[in-house]
Ligand binder design. Structure first.
Ligand SMILES: C[S@@+](CC[C@H](N)C(=O)[O-])C[C@H]1O[C@@H](n2cnc3c(N)ncnc32)[C@H](O)[C@@H]1O
Length: 278
């Protein structure tokens, strides 16, 4: 069950609901403010209220503000969608509602406004790194058939897709973007360089991990990892990372520029029949 969120606040003008807000800002750390416009703010409660995303907020590194789009809805029923012009099924998020919401939530014209859409540039670790440089982001989640084209024209500065498939709404995509971006901020993960060791941080996949028990169903932890020799362990990890990338993602390996010694080592292992001839 999702943890109960510790803070919930309704602003006096009744137009903005802040469900999660950080408690204090850690001195000397870079913090990011992320505003999200969504029809379903409740969807964020579990993923953003637990684990590292919650810690990031507790440490004052992430100020997450969830805004319910219905607060900008039209009329008694707070209408936010309408039928598509020209016919066809589904509902479209209205331009007047969305643009007004964006303009009211956005702190100034320098805050990037990102629409989550399967038609955007494809998100990856590098894009997450770019977003982690920003102090403020505004993420706009579409739903149903999507958003009126004029929202893109008038109020969107970037469009991001999390992959070549179609989700029901932009909420899951926004959470993927927030998680991958925020974990790159110094101080969010325990050790400051932990994110730098992850797969894709330097263009390679990370090598295998082990923990106790050292013998499990006849499979042993490599002896070197128990030796305490940090120099040799570091070389082993780098080689395993190259090996794994070569085996699983030859497209990434091609851009990795391994050294001559590393290429020799890989060639020897390929000759041993340990690697497919990619
Ligand atoms: C059902 S989709 C609409 C898809 C739209 N009719 C199209 O073909 O481009 C509803 C919303 O989910 C979000 N969405 C769906 N797939 C996504 C993806 N791969 N990446 C980011 N957002 C996505 C977008 O916000 C989109 O407006």
């Amino acid at each position: 069950m999702a943890a109960a969120l510790p803070r919930e606040k309704q602003l006096p003008d009744n137009r903005e609901i802040v469900i999660l807000e950080s408690v204090s800002r850690a001195p000397g750390r870079t913090a990011v403010q992320i505003d999200v416009l969504t029809l379903f703010p409740q969807m964020f409660e579990g993923p953003m209220g637990l684990s590292m995303m919650w810690k990031a907020q507790e440490r004052g590194l992430l100020h997450l503000r969830l805004h319910d789009l219905r607060n900008w809805g039209e009329g008694r029923r707070r209408q936010v969608v309408d039928t598509p012009c020209g016919g066809g099924g589904g509902m479209i998020l209205r331009a007047d509602v969305l643009v007004r919401a964006i303009e009211e939530v956005r702190s100034d014209s320098t805050q990037p406004v990102i629409l989550l859409t399967p038609q955007g540039r494809v998100f990856n670790q590098q894009v997450a790194g770019e977003l982690a440089q920003e102090e403020r982001l505004l993420l706009v989640c579409g739903h149903y058939e999507g958003v009126d084209e004029r929202v893109r024209q008038l109020a969107i500065s970037d469009e991001i897709s999390i992959g070549d498939y179609v989700l029901t709404g932009g909420e899951l995509a926004a959470m993927v973007v927030i998680d991958a971006t925020v974990r790159q901020l110094p101080g969010v993960l325990g050790a400051d360089d932990a994110a730098a060791r992850d797969s894709h941080a330097d263009g390679l996949l990370e090598g295998p991990h082990y923990t106790r028990p050292t013998d499990f169903r006849g499979l042993q932890v490599p002896e070197l990892l128990l030796s305490g020799d940090h120099g040799r362990i570091s070389t082993w990890r780098r080689r395993q990372s190259l090996l794994r990338t070569m085996q699983r993602r030859p497209d990434l390996f091609a851009a990795a520029h391994p050294g001559d010694e590393e290429l020799d080592w890989l060639a020897r292992h390929r000759a041993d029949g340990q690697l497919p001839d990619t």
